[in-house]
Design a protein around this ligand. Structure first.
Ligand code: ADP
Length: 378
């Protein structure tokens, strides 16, 4: 441990490493240039002089003088060339190292700020493709973390609000009972039990939702035939219907191709949709309609659409975009009565998405609603 931190303390920063590596390359280049030049230039010069002598020019007395003069001129020229070249190369190398290191330093500073809670910090684009890619990935991660944090805050504030209502009612009753302002009748206790059940349901739904949103719900995808499930659900819900209630029917092809899904999760979604349809439909009908959509129409894979169609109270157009939001209920007071928590559809949406499908809604106020979802065929 100590050893590694000691080694880390000694290690050079990236800018110095880059600069040093450039300098090393430059020193090797310049040294080989100087050594080879120093060894070969006088020889070539002598060869050149011999050629001149061969062509008739008399250099006998000037030869030594010429060779010495050439060597001096070469030395001086090379000296200045090395000085100027090395200075220019060092300067350039410093500039290049800074340009590479500067965005990295910036990344470090921004990640520090991000970790300290400034979630709106983003990295600027860079002209170095690899660093630009890093910046893009970082920004994508930052956006998703910001979104999660935003949703977490929203959840806490929604949750506080939702928990407060039943708690206030319970406390009110308990205080009045304690001071004998109301009689401890069975109706009062029933009201207290109702609010407690509401709290219990809220907590259960919430646990399920948080698991679904975080992707912790175990989903066992396998090819399944949905027809037996639909038939058993029809049976179960028909038993709950009153005589003057809506008519429940199933429109489904006799031979259903299997879908890739988790049967328990599909059941959970259908129970929620049918439960809602039953709650909000007094007369008329509730129909489950199943349809196979071949590939190519709207998607590349064939899918199975399941719709729960009711002729109930419907949902206002301005409310439609919110129905899948958690805690959303059309009329809070109405649902206080029905005991809904506004979480069921949020869970259903997540469950369908986890199985590779999608859920949508169509509705007209006073006419009825259609909730439909698809699952990929096996
Ligand atoms: P809840 O537990 O309140 O039913 P949901 O998420 O299942 O929660 O539904 C959210 C809201 O959407 C409901 O409170 C209700 O206002 C509206 N809603 C859902 N299904 C229907 C339907 N079939 N007809 C009319 N309104 C519906």
């Amino acid at each position: 441990m100590i050893k590694s931190s000691g080694r880390r303390a000694k290690s050079l920063p990236l800018a110095s490493r880059l600069l040093l590596s450039h300098l090393l390359v430059m020193i090797v280049g310049v040294s080989s240039l100087v050594i080879i030049g120093k060894l070969s230039s006088p020889r070539f010069f002598v060869l050149h002089l011999q050629q001149l002598e061969g062509s008739g020019v008399t250099l006998r007395y000037a030869r030594t003088f010429l060779v010495k003069g050439f060597e001096r001129a070469w030395n001086r020229g090379t000296f200045w060339a090395v000085i100027v070249g090395a200075t220019a190369a060092s300067g350039l190398s410093y500039w290049v190292s800074q340009r590479i290191v500067q965005p990295l330093t910036q990344i470090e500073q921004i990640t520090k700020k991000f970790a300290a809670g400034q979630l709106d910090e983003r990295l600027p684009p860079s002209e170095i493709p690899e660093i630009n890619q890093l910046a893009t990935s970082f920004n994508r991660m930052a956006a998703s973390l910001e979104d999660v944090e935003h949703r977490r805050r929203e959840l806490v504030s929604d949750l506080t609000h939702e928990l407060r209502t039943p708690l206030t009612v319970i406390r009110g009753y308990l205080e009045e009972l304690a001071t004998d302002r109301i009689d401890p009748t069975p109706a009062v206790y029933e009201q207290l039990a109702k609010e407690t059940r509401r709290l219990e349901r809220l907590i259960n739904d919430l646990q399920e939702l948080s698991k679904a949103e975080a992707g912790y719900l175990p989903i066992k995808l396998q090819p399944i035939n949905l027809r037996p499930l639909l038939e058993s659900l029809m049976q179960k819900f028909s038993d709950q219907l009153l005589e003057d209630g809506p008519l429940l029917s199933l429109e489904c092809p006799a031979q259903l191709p299997p879908v890739i899904a988790d049967i328990d999760r599909v059941e959970q979604v259908l129970v929620n949709l049918l439960g809602n349809a039953l709650t909000y439909t007094e007369t008329g009908s509730i129909t489950i309609r199943v349809r196979v959509e071949p590939e190519g129409q709207h998607s590349r894979v064939p899918r199975l659409w399941i719709a729960v169609i009711d002729t109930g109270i419907g949902i206002a157009p301005e409310d439609l975009p919110h129905v899948f939001e958690r805690f959303w209920r059309a009329e809070k007071s109405r649902n206080q009565h029905t005991g809904g928590t506004g979480i069921g559809l949020a869970i259903s949406k997540r469950l369908i998405e986890l199985q590779g499908g999608q859920i949508e809604v169509e509705s007209q106020l006073g006419q009825g609603s259609t909730f439909r979802f698809y699952l990929p065929l096996a």
